[in-house]
Ligand binder design. Sequence first.
Ligand code: LLP
Length: 425
Amino acid sequence: WPRTSGRTDGAVTIAGVDVRDLARDYGTPLYVVDEDDFRSRCRDYKAAFDGGHVYYAGKAFLCREVARWVDQEGLGLDVCSSGELAVALSVGFPPERIALHGNNKSYAELEAALRAGVGRVVVDSFDEIARVGYLAEKLDVRAQVQIRVTTGVEAHTHEFIATAHDDQKFGLSLNSGAAAEAVRRVLALPQLELVGLHSHIGSQIFDTAGFEVAARRLAMLLTQVKEEHGVVLPELDLGGGYGIAYVRGDDPPDIKVVADSLREIVARVCDDAGLPVPSLTVEPGRAIAGPAGVTLYEVGTIKDVEGLRSYVSVDGGMSDNLRTALYGAEYTCVLASRASDAPGVLSRVVGKHCESGDIVVRDAWLPEDLALGDLLALPATGAYCRSLANNYNYLPKPAVVAVRDGVSRVIVHRENEDDLLRGQV
Ligand code: LLP
């Protein structure tokens, strides 16, 4: 839950705003973002990685207003397409604090980024190194690049979001020597300035040992670069991936502790090799946006399947939250519009899409007196829900509302049928 949530008269409040008012004023489903919570998590990361840089990973959730918050909090921004870049530039986000990611950046995306003057291009393949080199020469700019290294770490998370083992599409392998070859190729191109090495081992990670192994391996590659080329690289970027609590019992890492331990590991390797200690960069997305967001739904039908469970259908589903269908993600939800002392009933909260896998919360204990029109709230839905939202079955995407100090305002409008028809002949 966001740090400011509570209950008043039995109804859930977020930043002092009653969810019944939110549903009445903006409709449901509704994404609610607690602005102070989001900003305070930005500050926590900035403080923990003092002396380095924090880039908020926009893929978790980006819109123009969020880009403004990230800018005002002094963070950088990780974008991975020219669309995300356009959102950032449209609100005057300083380009030198933007890093461009992706395993298949097009010429057009790279050109847009170099013309805008982005601060970092994180190169992910030999093809891309040649592509950025060509474009930097054509545009007569010097591009600051990091090399994305596949460190061979097995992150303990869902297969689809683990990214540091060799058999997946991202990065250049440390084990095979591809990363060292990438260093050679970048250093051979005068229009590229190699500023550091990058690693992102995966997402929703609780066991921080993986980050530590990756940090040690990257630091060792730094020392190798110094020995082979006489070049001292000033930055190590350890990516994002810090897990958050979705259900009771989840135990997310304390970011201060993680930061201290990563700094110590990198410093030890570099001291031993007589190298200056590089600055540490991280790219949290979920850990900033996730806990700040709550989704509100209205209950539309309740069906008791004799002897099994109660199926509670809400007015959204896999179009506004794909994570359960895609990763088997776990969520909890609560009756949010009133208090109830009724005993709990084993329930499955499902969406309104034409698929039986359209599950919002697999197992929820909801009160026996749950009724049509009640509001359900799902905490920890601020990351990878709106950004993965889609129009399956022609459902319009819900609005996003920011709440702060008892006041709510729309930051992304709800789609309507005109939006759904736009672009069609
Ligand atoms: N940096 C890079 C290079 C990334 O690829 C990602 C996430 C991040 C940072 C931010 O990771 P975070 O701190 O948010 O874990 N849709 C999936 C997550 C995909 C993550 C993709 N890359 C989900 O809903 O769990």
